[in-house]
Design a protein around this ligand. Structure first.
Ligand SMILES: [Zn+2]
Length: 74
């Protein structure tokens, strides 16, 4: 269960979405689709990205990133 707070670029509303496993790379990728409650499935491809992380979402991702790093080290 990984809920991240996003902002939809289409309707400019913030929402929480369960994204499954997050892959950390040059950019983030999510196991599950990101669904805006107003617009439906959002594109996450770099050129046509329809979502952004809120400040709170960035905090959530950073915490996951560091906790995952600890798991790998263990
Ligand atoms: Zn939307």
């Amino acid at each position: 269960m990984t809920e991240i707070n996003f902002k939809c670029k289409k309707c400019r509303k913030e929402f929480d979405c369960e994204v499954g496993k997050i892959t950390f790379g040059m950019r983030l990728s999510f196991e599950k689709d990101v669904i805006c409650p107003h617009c439906g499935k959002l594109k996450t491809e770099e050129q046509s990205c329809e979502l952004e992380l809120t400040e709170w979402g960035q905090t959530q991702v950073a915490e996951l990133y560091f906790s995952e790093g600890e798991n790998e080290a263990a």
